[in-house]
Write a protein that binds this ligand. Structure first.
Ligand code: FAD
Length: 530
């Protein structure tokens, strides 16, 4: 049965009816947490119905939907700009495997079926909603559930993303609906009363900590890929050496504060979405630090460096080896799954080996993302300062990899040459699908025999983590006692478990659940009014 927004609100009201009995305990004066005492004040600096931490694509949708329902809403954002990581995104969003949940589930069977179905069922209404708000989208293809934010540009103009314009417009709509946005402000803790109901946030800006009293709190603080310890703990022993491909604030703050308040974690902590990132990453010029990110004047620079001209644009051509010189993955799996395997290699490192034949094919095959990137992406990488090792033979390539990318990692050049030769033989014989690590997929194995040869060193990259807070279908955060925590809601990436393994609904899922959390939290807040 299709589950609609109306069902959501109904569900929220039922929960709220029980919680309403606690309404008298939701004022700040009822709080006795150490965190509140730490702010040095018993007076809330701000009071509102709903406070939302994090102004990414999910937080913005939550903010606008809650404000639209009549709530007095405060949105706190660590950065000096709204939009979060989606500011860098290519801009295609939608349920990747189609909006019919049964079909999508067959292709993403490790997903959370209830949350996945919610996303699919509410995708068309979401598009209708943003259309009504005046936010432009364009179908990827006639009848496709995938849409572009804004438009596309021809290849000559290079890679251009329109997501930032969309997100800034979203922020303006929130303000026009009476919402308050506090930029440069971090949520640092939850305020919880004696009954365990969440009654606000402790936040911090340049002037220090302060409190925001609220009837409901929505955590939309995103994922945790900037916390290197969490990466190693949950993803892999060398995942701290991978690249966080996001705004530099995704340290799992929302997840940590909710766990402190008794929240339960979802599954899916081991998988994530991202693409291999050319290494070393000096060309990023610090955009992965708060100082560098806040100083960015052209957001497309980040889009291009994390996505547009990187390995992803090569689309599965060539051969991947690890530092042992061995193949470890079916290159035909697709960049996001290949990337997860790269992250599991020693030093989270791999080398994409190409030859001139493959490079010519790349030149002839435009890469379609927000823009169609034509021409020579390898030249574009070199121009941007990414390392591309070049040589006239495979032996020389191996020696140069060692000489030019030596950093304490011992690359096994001899194994690499043997690996590529074996791959070439199999490609020529049409038996690459029988290799120890089979090469399968839509791009056939191509022998690498034409000089010059190339090697692009990469590390695993993380754009979105999949594990987070466990939420129910009302986006309420679940406690370790298997009951929802009253007053607390979460949106992915702070919430998790929807996707597992491969991605299928990144910005679309975050948007749909963001909108729903705004509605549900607003209904709850209104129901707690005396
Ligand atoms: C280059 C690139 C291209 C991509 N292309 C696509 C695409 O085409 N389609 C697609 O669907 N997805 C795409 N993605 C993925 C997607 O845009 C992001 O991965 C996703 O938005 C991450 O969402 P998030 O919720 O984890 O974090 P965010 O979107 O970053 O949202 C979290 C927000 O919370 C803020 N925050 C964090 N901690 C705090 C705190 N304590 N207090 C206050 N604020 C806080 C952050 O600053 C941020 O604004 C792309 C990603 C990248 C990097």
């Amino acid at each position: 049965m299709e589950q609609t927004r109306r069902d959501f609100i109904k569900g929220a009201s039922i929960v709220a009816a029980g919680a309403a009995a606690l309404a008298g305990m939701t004022s700040l004066s009822g709080c006795s947490t150490q965190e509140l005492a730490d702010t040095g004040t018993t007076e809330a600096k701000h009071t509102c119905d709903v406070v939302i931490a994090g102004a990414g694509i999910g937080g913005l949708a939550a903010a606008v939907s809650a404000a639209e329902q009549g709530a007095n809403v405060i949105l706190v954002e660590a950065s000096q700009a709204v939009g979060g990581t989606s500011r860098f995104a290519a801009g295609a969003f939608g349920p990747r495997f189609g909006a019919a949940w049964e079909e999508a589930y067959a292709k993403a069977p490790m997903s959370d079926p209830e949350l996945g179905k919610l996303v699919c069922d509410n995708w068309a209404p979401y598009l209708e909603w943003i259309g009504g708000l005046g936010l432009a989208t364009e179908e990827l293809a006639p009848g496709s559930p995938y849409v572009w934010m804004g438009g596309k540009r021809p290849a000559e103009e290079g890679s251009k993303s329109y997501t930032d314009e969309y997100l800034q417009q979203f922020g303006e709509i929130f303000t026009a609906k009476g919402g308050t946005t506090l930029l440069g402000t971090r949520a640092v803790d939850l305020i919880v009363d004696e009954a365990g109901t969440v009654t606000g946030l402790v936040a911090e800006d340049a002037e220090g900590p302060f409190t925001i009293a609220a009837k409901a709190v929505i955590l939309a603080t995103g994922g945790w890929q900037c916390d290197k310890e969490m990466c190693t703990h949950y993803i892999g022993r060398h995942a701290d050496l991978g690249q966080a491909q996001c705004v530099p604030y995704l340290d799992g703050a929302g997840i940590k504060m909710a766990v402190k308040a008794g929240a339960q974690l979802s599954r899916s902590f081991g998988s994530f979405y991202g693409h291999p990132q050319p290494w070393p990453t000096t060309y990023l010029n610090g955009i992965d630090t708060p100082e560098g990110y806040e100083a960015l004047t052209n957001i497309d620079d980040a889009h291009v460096l994390y996505y547009g001209t990187t390995e992803h644009s090569i689309q599965g051509m060539g051969v991947y080896v690890n530092v042992s010189g061995k193949r470890f993955v079916n290159e035909g799996l697709g960049s996001s799954l290949v990337n997860q395997e790269v992250m599991q290699q020693p030093m989270a490192r791999a080398y994409l080996i190409l030859d001139e034949g493959v490079r010519n094919l790349i030149r002839e095959t435009p890469f379609c993302n927000a823009a169609v990137i034509g021409g020579d992406r390898i030249d574009a990488m070199i121009e941007r300062g990414m390392t591309v090792v070049q040589a006239d033979s495979l032996d020389e390539l191996g020696a140069k990899i060692v000489a030019e990318t030596a950093d304490g990692v011992s690359f096994n050049a001899r194994n690499m040459v043997e690996t590529v030769n074996a791959y070439n033989e199999a490609a020529a014989a049409g038996t690459a699908d029988q290799l120890e690590v089979p090469h399968l997929g839509t791009v056939p194995a191509m022998a690498l025999t034409t000089a010059p040869f190339y090697a692009i060193p990469v590390v695993g990259g993380i754009m979105a983590t999949f594990g987070g807070l466990k939420i129910n279908t009302d986006t309420q955060v679940m406690g370790t006692n298997a009951q929802p925590i009253a007053g607390l809601y979460a949106v992915p990436g702070a919430a998790g478990g929807i996707m597992n393994g491969d991605y299928w609904c990144v910005m679309s899922g975050y948007s749909v659940l963001g909108r729903l959390s705004g509605e549900v939290a607003c209904a709850y807040a209104q129901s707690t009014e005396a």
